[in-house]
Ligand binder design. Structure first.
Ligand code: ADP
Ligand code: MG
Length: 336
């Protein structure tokens, strides 16, 4: 546009110069040869003025058009910026809502685990009490009985307190990253689901070296592990599998990464959803059983710490593989 304007300006100037030269030369010629050329030179001057006026008005119009286009563009740019900002805000809000939903889902799964862990000791304590009453009536209660009673109930209560401690450790609002041994985190998750897994006849086989450490928020990694093994447990139940086995095995890759494989024999991921499994809200479970958030959140956690989470179907189940960069263990970490 500007280039065209410059070109037009130059053309006008050249034209004017040529015409002026023609007029001046005509006048010189007429003066020299004593010819009357006043009429053509006035005529040419008038033509020049008209051409200049015409080109000037065209240029003015074009400049005005250009200005209005620029004004329109500016307006469009501004409204585009507003739109982008709005879109970004909406995205952020959506992400936050998903995160919140994921936290609630994780909390639900944990509460479930705690409730199951508590059921058995609560039943045991209730039974001891009933026995105590009837044995007292029968005159069987002596000092040794009371000591045994106290030992038994304390054992059950300790079991409940330990579960609660584990639960609190999960939800302690710590956002910081720490160095921890992965075998400790896995052991901690397994302690929490022990009774629940026992009830559903799920056996967990471990093959994890002791001195492999990660740097991350340990609670988040525990959530990831819990999500994966809970999904296996659900799949065992849904499909009524008889011999239920989860294998968790870890190995080093190139001395820089840890690769943990969680394998089950629960029949595998349905083909229709295996590509979508890490997206939010993908679930095959009833509304009160699944949210479709667990694996999405697990992937977010892995990515946050430069890790990867992958899934493949095996001949009789599914294998989730978590790959994470490792760090050197602190002096005290590996032997907590
Ligand atoms: N080990 C597994 N075996 C079979 N299907 C699985 C397994 N893990 C996950 N899935 C499938 O992936 C879906 C998504 O899992 P997830 O994101 O944890 O959400 P949710 O458990 O709430 O459904 C599950 O509904 C299930 O269909
Ligand atoms: Mg799940």
């Amino acid at each position: 546009m500007i280039f065209m304007d410059i070109k037009k300006g130059m053309m006008v100037r050249t034209l004017l110069m040529v015409l002026i030269i023609v007029v001046v030369s005509l006048n010189i010629v007429s003066f020299y040869y004593q010819i009357d050329t006043h009429v053509p030179s006035i005529f040419i001057l008038a033509l020049v003025s008209l051409a200049a006026l015409y080109i000037n008005s065209r240029l003015k119009k074009e400049i005005e058009a250009k200005k209005s286009i620029e004004f329109e563009l500016k307006g469009l740019n501004e409204s585009l910026e507003v739109k982008i900002e709005k879109e970004l805000k909406a995205r952020e809000e959506q992400d936050r809502a998903l995160e919140q939903q994921a936290k609630m889902a994780a909390m639900g799964e944990m509460m479930d685990a705690v409730a199951h862990q508590w059921k058995q000791p609560l039943n045991a304590i209730t039974m001891y009490e009933t026995l105590l009453k009837s044995d007292f009536k029968d005159g069987l209660v002596d000092q040794a009985y009371i000591d045994r009673f106290l030992d038994d109930t304390t054992l059950q209560i300790n079991h409940m307190v330990n579960t609660l401690d584990e639960f609190r450790a999960f939800f302690r609002p710590n956002q910081h990253e720490e160095i921890f041994a992965i075998n400790d985190s896995i052991a901690s998750v397994l302690r929490l689901v022990k009774d629940e897994f026992l009830k559903h006849h799920v056996t967990v086989k471990l093959d994890i070296p002791e001195d492999i450490c990660l740097e991350a928020n340990e609670n988040e990694i525990k959530h990831l592990i819990l999500n994966i093994i809970n999904n296996s447990k659900d799949a065992f139940n849904e499909r009524n599998i008889s011999k239920r086995l989860i294998t968790i095995s870890a190995k080093l890759e190139f001395d820089t990464h840890l690769s943990i494989a969680f394998s089950d024999n629960a029949g595998g991921i349905p083909k229709e959803i295996i590509q979508e499994i890490f997206k939010p809200n993908v679930t095959t479970k009833a509304a009160d059983k699944g949210t479709g958030i667990g694996l999405y959140m697990s992937m977010q956690i892995a990515n946050k710490y430069h890790g990867e989470l992958k899934v493949t179907n095996t001949k009789d189940g599914a294998t989730f593989t978590l790959t994470m960069p490792i760090v050197k263990c602190n002096r005290f970490t590996a032997q907590r």
